[in-house]
Design a protein around this ligand. Structure first.
Ligand code: HEC
Ligand code: HEC
Length: 459
């Protein structure tokens, strides 16, 4: 049972009546008492942190199984699933994971850093991430991610396990490929895997399941007259090791990798931000927030209308919105131009044989729409605003490096049309300098304790 919502609004002035009429000894003029309308009060109550478990994931029958959680935690920190580093910026210097050509260097925890709220504070520039290559978008937090129906900034994946397979196979990220990953699970984690999922296929039968050395796994870039192409091994469409296997063996390999990633998803589902000072204040602790933070809370649900998209206990509606963001150059000299966001991402999820409707899913709860809608052009998923404080950069591009910049962006109504695909939903707010500062102050009150220490390292 959740406690009933009780607020002692004593220190706040309810309604507009008290505005500008401070009695002597009251708050100074530059730090006025917050004012809340009744509508703002109930809008704020709806933002209170919900510490109940995330919604069930019927696509993953081990989503909440203890053994799978532990196995998944081990795999999350396991660099042995990774193939070679491709990008030459991998020169062994601080912030890189090794040198070009080396394998076994990347785990999930190398971009989703547990001590940094599961975002990337490692890669040069703290904006986009460098593993096998540079990612095109900023690494989002994994805290509270199990509440999202679709994943990634663009909704390209419809389950956490499908996302993890994508990463294991991505030539930008772990660059391992499902055949190599299945072999590594067989070689390094067989007993733990079989205790959860039953007998593994005979992956030691090299005639049926070609073995790949770590540096042979995944993709390598090759220059041709028409540009760079990838030669890949151990993934569907490789015209090599994977495509050469019997169909039933391909399915067996895919099933091993799917199962491993379902365990990873069981671990990821436990990653939570937890309640912050804002929630203590909603619970009645008046001293938990300063006046500025309370004024910021009122603006968030009132004049600044942030709650229109950042609603609910995680301050996100989990929907896709076009906020009129023109990408800028990030520190590694990359501009993410013309990104259509969910218009392409959701279309890809719908066409994906590994989606929640596919043969490898344990059930479909209807989370995937039939097709992208027209308002998804240039739209990205509203991020949670919980546990934002340690995050070094913001937005899917990562080009903003302070919360002040984000608030100023929304205040000026986003970037002018033309610099991004689609139509922006954002309009100018006309906030004062103090109002912008109040909003920034409020966002810092959403910092929670994060996951327990036992979840922040390999088991
Ligand atoms: C090279 C850095 C990197 C590595 C390694 C990495 N990720 Fe990510 N992760 C990202 C980026 C970047 C995104 C956003 C991609 C996008 O939206 O296009 C992301 C997105 C996600 C998401 C979706 C988050 C959301 O809010 O929708 C999940 C879940 C996730 N990663 C889990 C994992 C797991 C599990 C692993 C290991 C198997 C992993 N990641 C490894 C960079 C990384
Ligand atoms: C129309 C929906 C919408 C409204 C209104 C809105 N946001 Fe957002 N917000 C988003 C989306 C979508 C993103 C991600 C955009 C992107 O990366 O392309 C975002 C990103 C952010 C981020 C960056 C978080 C991160 O992890 O990168 C912050 C902070 C933020 N919003 C705060 C606010 C505040 C404060 C307001 C009110 C002034 C506000 N937003 C109004 C939809 C909205």
């Amino acid at each position: 049972m959740r406690p009933l919502f009780v607020v002692l609004w004593a220190a706040a002035v309810v309604g507009a009546a008290g505005c500008g009429s401070e009695s002597p000894g009251g708050p100074p003029a530059d730090d006025p008492a917050p004012v809340f309308t009744a509508a703002e009060q109930s809008a704020l109550a709806a933002l209170r942190y919900d510490d109940r478990a995330p919604p069930p994931d019927p696509s993953n029958r081990v989503a909440d199984a203890a053994a799978a959680r532990l196995f998944g935690q081990r795999l999350f920190f396991d660099r042995a699933l990774s193939g070679p580093l491709i990008e030459g910026d991998n020169d062994g210097s601080p912030g890189t994971l090794g040198r070009k050509g080396e394998a076994g260097k990347v785990s999930c925890a190398d971009c989703h850093l547990p001590e940094s709220g599961f975002v990337d504070t490692r890669s040069r520039g703290n904006q986009i991430s460098l593993a096998a290559q540079w990612t095109a978008r900023r690494t989002p937090t994994l805290l509270e991610v199990a509440f999202a129906p679709l994943f990634n900034w663009d909704g390209r994946r419809d389950s956490i396990w499908r996302q993890a397979i994508g990463v294991l196979e991505s030539e930008r990220e772990i660059n391992g490929g499902r055949l190599f990953v299945a072999h590594q699970i067989f070689a390094l984690h067989r007993a733990e895997y079989e205790a959860i999922f039953g007998a593994m296929p005979p992956l030691d039968d090299a005639a049926r399941f070609p073995a790949l050395a770590p540096t042979e796994a995944g993709c390598r870039a090759r220059m041709t007259a028409t540009g760079e192409v990838y030669d890949c091994r151990g993934i569907p469409g490789d015209h090599a090791d994977y495509d050469g296997m019997a169909a039933a063996d391909q399915t067996a390999v895919t099933q091993v990798t799917v199962n491993a990633t379902k365990a990873i998803a069981a671990y990821v589902r436990q990653l939570r931000c937890g309640a912050g000072r804002f929630d203590a204040w909603l619970g009645g602790d008046q001293a938990a927030l300063t006046r500025a933070e309370q004024r910021g809370a009122a603006l968030f649900v009132g004049k600044a209308a942030c709650v229109q998209c950042h609603g609910g206990p995680n301050l996100t509606d989990h929907q896709f919105h076009n906020v009129g963001l023109q990408p800028r150059m990030v520190a590694v000299a990359f501009v993410d131009e013309g990104d259509r966001g969910a218009a392409e991402g959701v279309a890809a999820a719908v066409a994906d044989p590994l989606n929640v409707r596919g043969a490898f899913s344990d059930g479909d709860d209807g989370r995937l729409p039939a097709a992208p809608t027209s308002d998804m052009e240039g739209a990205f998923r509203t991020p949670t605003l919980r546990c934002l404080s340690g995050q070094p950069s913001f937005m899917h591009t990562g080009h903003m490096t302070t919360v002040d910049q984000v608030v100023a962006f929304f205040d000026r109504g986003g970037d002018p049309p033309g610099g991004y695909p689609g139509t922006s939903e954002i309009t100018r707010l006309g906030l004062s300098e103090r109002e912008r500062a109040d909003l920034v102050a409020f966002l810092a009150t959403l910092e929670g304790p994060g996951p327990a220490a036992a979840l922040r390292a390999g088991p």
